[in-house]
Design a protein around this ligand. Structure first.
Ligand code: ATP
Length: 266
């Protein structure tokens, strides 16, 4: 079942993730390795599971990374969107939140992915009604109770880390902050290669288009859209083979979805 808030094992692999190799290494150390080898960590005195906050512009692979981490650790995956949890009656959000952790406990090892977590745990300084404060406290209580032995790991994602309650970022909570940035020209090629490989029908050399200026500032999500539009362009000229000109023409019609990158920079 792909229902929100329920455990599944995703089928995303590291091969599906283009570029982002430094982040992958960090995630392997923070989550995959402890799941596979808790004893190694215990021996050097590490017993607490650390939470990871992925932040940066939209469409650059945060969700993809979280799924790959779970799949590559053979762990269950529970995905929750901050705004959806909040959209409940008074008292319901805390209950829903506790239920997420209860579900995780009954399907360990488990990676919980909180997307758009800024909605769930806004800064206390921003005008915060009581209900919201209770959600923050519920989450803190759940997090502080996690140990590595339990096999529950938290990955959160946000476009706006400055909006998050600082109490969440303390040691033992969302301790590891990883910036998932807009890909550079080389990295766009790598992402296109991964996307093309998944589809298995387009010539891999065409990924080189990613290096060019027509793809300037494209996110991973934009590159996925590029592939779709290139396919459509090929069909329009009554061909069933996607060629370079289809990519070039398609790229011209796409506006980078991350408009003002300064909004998301470190
Ligand atoms: P948001 O902040 O909007 O939730 P996100 O950072 O979680 O965005 P994803 O949902 O992971 O972004 O990416 C959207 C789509 O873009 C993915 O399904 C994938 O097809 C493609 N994509 C993004 N980044 C990459 C990448 N590094 N490698 C391969 N595909 C990618």
């Amino acid at each position: 079942s792909k229902r929100e808030g329920f455990a599944t094992v995703p089928d995303t692999t590291w091969r599906d993730v283009g570029a982002l190799s430094a982040i992958r290494e960090e995630l392997e150390m923070a989550i995959c390795e402890p799941i596979k080898n808790p004893e190694r960590f215990r021996k050097v005195g590490i017993t607490a599971a650390t939470g990871v906050l992925l932040w940066g512009p939209p469409g650059c692979g945060k969700t993809l990374l979280a799924k790959a981490v779970a799949a590559e650790s053979k762990a269950n995956f529970i995905s929750v969107k901050g705004p959806e949890l909040l959209n409940k009656y008074v008292g319901e959000s805390e209950r829903a939140l506790r239920q997420v952790f209860m579900r995780a406990r009954s399907s360990v090892p488990c990676v919980i992915f909180f997307d758009e977590i800024d909605a769930l745990i806004p800064k206390r300084s921003t005008e915060l009604h009581e209900a919201s404060a209770r959600v923050v406290n519920t989450l803190l209580t759940e997090l502080d109770g996690l140990s590595m032995r339990e096999g529950i790991y938290l990955i959160a994602a946000t476009n706006r880390p400055e909006m998050i309650d600082e109490a969440m970022l303390r040691p033992g909570r969302l301790e590891t902050l990883l910036y998932v940035e807009l890909p550079k020209p080389e990295e766009r090629v790598d992402i296109l290669k991964a996307l093309i490989r998944q589809r298995g029908i387009i010539s891999p050399e065409l990924a080189e288009i990613g290096r060019r200026d027509v793809c300037k500032d494209f996110s991973g999500a934009d590159l996925e859209s590029l592939l779709r539009k290139a396919g459509q362009h090929a069909l329009k000229r009554r061909s069933d083979v996607v060629e370079e000109l289809d990519f070039v023409e398609a790229a011209r019609t796409i506006r980078p979805s991350v408009g003002d990158i300064k909004k998301y920079e470190k």
